[in-house]
Design a protein around this ligand. Structure first.
Ligand SMILES: *[C@@H]1O[C@H](CO)[C@@H](O)[C@H](O)[C@H]1NC(C)=O
Ligand SMILES: *[C@@H]1O[C@H](CO)[C@@H](O)[C@H](O)[C@H]1NC(C)=O
Ligand SMILES: *[C@@H]1O[C@H](CO)[C@@H](O)[C@H](O)[C@H]1NC(C)=O
Length: 487
C-alpha cells in the first residue's frame, strides 16, 4: 500500500512539487509505483508526508480504492501529518540542519490541505511562515542556492534533486511573501541556480512514455511531459520570478512609499510587469495556453494518469494581475480618474491613463469571476498549493477595493462592478462546496456583507445607486445592504 501511495504521489503531486528523486526509488515505468525495497531507503517521516499528501488521490488507484485503507485513510492522514511535523520540530530543536530529507518533508508539509472541520478564518499563516523561513534557512545551509551542475563528486540524481529543491523553496517563498505581505527572505544577490530544464527530469535508466503514446512500440513513444519536462512546476517557477518582480516593484516598504501617491510612476512600473505576464502566457505550450477549464460534458473524458487541469496556473496568473493592478491603482483611491481633487477644487484634474487602467481592472475582475464560475470537478486535483486560498481572498478583496474604496466616478464602471459584486458572493458560496480554497475569501467577504457595506465603507452616490440597482430587495443582502428610502 505504501508503494502504491508513493505511485500516486508521483502521478498527482510530483508535477507540482518535484521534491522526490525518482531514480532513487526504483520505479516501474508504467505505473510509477516503486519496489517495496525502495521504501527502506526513505526516512519514515518523509514517507509519512508523502503518504498524507497522496491521500486525496486514493481513488485513482483501483487497488487502494477497494482496500480497507480507503475507509481508514481519513483517520490516518492526520496522524501521518503529525508524524511528519513532529520529526521536523525534533530535528530543528536539536539544532540539526536535517539534510535533504527534512527539507523535502517541510516542503510537502507546507501544502497540507485545509482540514474540513477547521473554521475558514483560522489561517495558519504564521505557523506556515515559520516553516517557510526554516526551509529557506536549511536550503542555504545545504548549499542549494549554488548551482551544483558543475560540481564533481555528486551523483547525477542528487544534482537534479538539489536544483529542483532550490526552485521549489524559491517559488514557495516568493508566493507566500507576496500573498501574505511578508518581506521576502531570499535576496536576488544570494543565489545563482539556473532555470530548470529537461536534464533536471531525467530518471536513471528509465523513460516514461506519454499517455497518448504508451501503447506504441518503444521507438515510437514520446516522453511524458509530466514526468520528463517539468510540467507543471516549470510554469509556476517562471511565474514565481515575475512574482518576485511584482513584490520588488510595488510591495516593499520603500516601493510603497515611493509609489503609493504617484500614479504616473506606478503606471510606468506596471507596464513592463504586465508585458512579462503576457509573454509568460504566450510561452506556454498549446494545451496549457487554453487555460479555460474543460467543458463538463466532454465525451472524451476519462481518468487521466496525471492531473491535467490548468486551474492552478490560471489562478496564479490572475492573482498576479490583480496584485499589479492593486499596486497601480493605489494612488487613485478615493478619487478615481483625478489627482489633487483637494478642497476648493471643484473640477478634478484628469490623470492621463487612469481611465484606461480602471477599465482594464474591471475587465480583469469580470474575467476572474468567469474563471471561478467555470471551475469544475476536473479542477479539484489541480488547485494543489495551499496558498491558493490566499489567492481567492486577494481577488475578493480587490473587487471590494475597486468598487468601494477606489470609488469609480463613472456610473458605467460603477454599474459593471456592481454586477460582478452581486454575482461574486453566490459564486463563491456555490463553488466552495467543491473548493475549500474559497472559504477564506468567502468568510472575509461575509464579514463585510453582514456588517453592511454602507456602514463599513464610505462611498459616493454613483456607487450606492449602482449597488442598489443590482441587489434586489429580495436578495439575502437587502438586509446587509439596506436600500435607502429615496423619497
Ligand atoms: C494549523 O493550526 C492547527 C489548529 O490551530 C494546528 O493543529 C496545526 O498544527 C497548524 N498547522 C501548522 C502548519 O502549524
Ligand atoms: C529605502 O529608503 C530609505 C529612506 O529613503 C533609503 O535610505 C534606502 O536606501 C532605501 N533602500 C533601498 C534599497 O533603496
Ligand atoms: C512621480 O514619479 C516621477 C518619476 O519617478 C517623478 O518624476 C515625479 O516627481 C513624482 N511625482 C511626485 C508628485 O512625487
Amino acid at each position: 500500500m505504501g508503494t502504491r501511495l508513493l505511485g500516486l504521489f508521483l502521478r498527482y503531486v510530483f508535477p507540482s512539487l518535484l521534491v522526490l528523486s525518482r531514480s532513487f526509488l526504483d520505479i516501474d515505468s508504467e505505473t510509477l509505483i516503486p519496489r517495496v525495497s525502495a521504501l527502506e531507503k526513505v526516512p519514515t517521516y518523509l514517507l509519512a508526508a508523502t503518504y498524507a499528501a497522496a491521500a486525496p488521490f486514493l481513488r485513482y488507484d483501483p487497488v487502494l480504492c477497494v482496500s480497507s485503507l480507503s475507509s481508514s485513510m481519513a483517520g490516518i492522514t492526520d496522524m501521518l501529518w503529525t508524524m511528519a511535523y513532529d520529526a521536523i520540530l525534533q530535528r530543528l530543536s536539536g539544532g540539526e540542519a536535517g539534510g535533504l530529507a527534512i527539507l523535502q518533508t517541510i516542503l510537502i508539509y507546507l501544502q497540507r490541505p485545509m482540514a474540513d472541520n477547521r473554521p475558514a478564518h483560522v489561517d495558519n499563516n504564521s505557523a506556515s511562515w515559520f516553516l517557510v523561513a526554516t526551509a529557506v534557512q536549511s536550503a542555504f545551509k545545504l548549499g542549494l542556492h549554488m548551482d551544483c551542475r558543475a560540481w564533481p563528486g555528486l551523483p547525477p540524481w542528487e544534482k537534479r534533486l538539489r536544483r529542483r529543491l532550490w526552485w521549489v523553496v524559491y517559488s514557495e517563498t516568493i508566493f507566500r511573501s507576496l500573498l501574505a505581505g511578508n518581506p521576502n527572505p531570499i535576496h536576488n544577490d544570494q543565489w545563482d541556480v539556473a532555470v530548470l530544464d529537461d536534464a533536471d527530469f531525467v530518471i536513471d535508466g528509465l523513460q516514461i512514455p506519454s499517455e497518448e503514446t504508451a501503447s506504441r512500440v518503444p521507438a515510437l513513444q514520446e516522453p511524458c511531459r509530466f514526468c520528463h519536462a517539468g510540467y507543471d512546476f516549470l510554469f509556476i517557477a517562471s511565474l514565481a520570478c515575475i512574482a518576485n518582480q511584482v513584490l520588488d516593484t510595488f510591495y516593499t516598504y520603500n516601493a510603497t512609499r515611493r509609489l503609493a501617491n504617484n500614479f504616473s510612476a506606478s503606471l510606468a512600473q506596471a507596464a513592463p510587469l504586465l508585458r512579462l505576464l503576457q509573454e509568460w502566457k504566450r510561452s506556454l505550450p498549446r494545451p496549457r495556453q487554453q487555460m479555460r477549464p474543460e467543458p463538463i460534458f466532454d465525451p472524451e473524458r476519462h481518468d487521466y494518469f496525471h492531473s491535467r487541469s490548468s486551474a492552478q496556473l490560471k489562478l496564479t496568473f490572475l492573482t498576479l494581475h490583480v496584485l499589479i493592478y492593486r499596486g497601480l491603482l493605489r494612488p487613485l483611491a478615493g478619487h478615481s480618474g483625478s489627482e489633487d481633487a483637494g478642497a476648493g477644487t471643484s473640477v478634478p484634474r484628469p490623470v492621463p491613463g487612469a481611465d484606461a487602467a480602471l477599465k482594464n481592472a474591471v475587465e480583469l475582475i469580470k474575467h476572474t469571476l468567469a474563471f471561478v464560475q467555470r471551475l469544475g470537478a476536473f479542477d479539484c486535483n489541480g488547485l494543489f498549493y495551499s496558498w491558493s486560498c490566499i489567492c481567492f481572498s486577494t481577488i475578493s478583496s480587490f473587487l471590494l477595493l475597486l468598487l468601494l474604496v477606489q470609488h469609480p466616478s463613472s456610473p458605467a464602471i460603477a454599474r459593471e462592478l456592481a454586477v460582478v459584486m452581486a454575482r461574486w458572493p453566490s459564486t463563491m458560496r456555490q463553488q466552495s462546496a467543491l473548493f475549500k480554497q474559497l472559504r477564506l475569501g468567502l468568510y472575509r467577504l461575509d464579514t463585510f456583507l453582514l456588517a453592511g457595506l454602507e456602514t463599513t465603507f464610505c462611498f459616493p452616490e454613483t456607487v450606492r445607486q449602482a449597488l442598489s440597482d443590482e441587489f434586489s430587495p429580495t436578495s439575502s443582502y437587502s438586509q446587509s445592504f439596506p436600500r435607502r428610502n429615496v423619497s
